[in-house]
Design a protein around this ligand. Structure first.
Ligand SMILES: [Zn+2]
Length: 243
């Protein structure tokens, strides 16, 4: 199958590596492993080492479930374990994870921009589709979403040219400052109800707010177009933006 007649093929090296890795891999790369690779990739952005308990939190499963799959992924050569049990991706695991995340974000853009799926649902829908995407279809999706460099939640698409935009945590903003949302923490995308709340209150990339009150233990009050909202601390920590 090829879509090359539809458009100039835009070579995606990552996608090809991914297929090669899948073909070379004797132990089946299951959808569950793909989901864990994706989570470990996102957690690798943080400064703290990735331990099983943190991964269990992200995946919303029990620690023994994580141990089981982590052992299988280690045997398959996707991850390494440090002396203290910290988890890191091997180069094979990283290449696979990057491709999975890239496909996920491209699909989110397609669903939001082209198909018109509501913003708070595109993450879950992309999770369903991403494992079935062929490299040919990925190229076609890439053409359809144009020059997007981030997903609809503001998270960078791996392999896209990065336009480095300064991003500050909402928790760092002081009263009187303006704050334009540009990114929602990737982990928060697993919570559809939370995303719906964010959307209903325009807490989505591109909206400019003014900080009218900030009490670290109680939350931060924001104002946009005459509408005021007080966000509790667990929500202020997932929002990033420009001052
Ligand atoms: Zn996203």
């Amino acid at each position: 199958m090829s879509f090359s007649k539809l458009n100039e093929p835009t070579a995606t090296v990552d996608a090809k590596n991914y297929v090669m890795a899948e073909q070379n891999d004797q132990s089946a790369l299951t959808n569950k492993m793909r989901a864990y690779l994706e989570a470990i990739y996102h957690l690798s952005d943080k400064q703290t080492p990735i331990i099983s308990a943190r991964l269990a939190d992200w995946m919303q499963v029990t620690p023994p479930t994580v141990t089981n799959i982590i052992n299988r992924m280690s045997q398959a050569g996707y991850i390494d374990r440090g002396n203290r049990g910290e988890i890191t991706l091997t180069s094979t695991g990283f290449a696979l994870a990057e491709t999975i995340v890239r496909r996920h974000h491209l699909l989110e853009c397609l669903l939001a921009d082209v198909i018109g799926v509501p913003w708070h649902l595109v993450h879950q829908e992309a999770l369903r589709l991403e494992h079935a995407l062929s490299p040919e279809l990925e190229e076609r999706v890439e053409v359809l979403v144009g020059d997007r460099t981030t997903c609809p939640h503001g998270n960078p698409i791996p392999g896209s040219p990065t336009t480095l935009t300064q991003s500050e945590s909402l928790t760092q903003v002081v009263v009187g400052q303006s704050f334009t949302v540009n990114r929602i923490n990737e982990e928060a995308e697993n919570d559809t109800d939370l995303l719906l709340f964010l959307q209903q209150n325009r807490l989505i990339p591109g909206t400019e707010f003014t900080v009218v009150n900030s009490l670290p233990t109680h939350g931060i009050t924001l104002k946009h177009s005459g509408h005021m909202i007080t966000l509790p601390p667990h929500i202020t920590t997932i929002l990033w933006g420009q001052l």
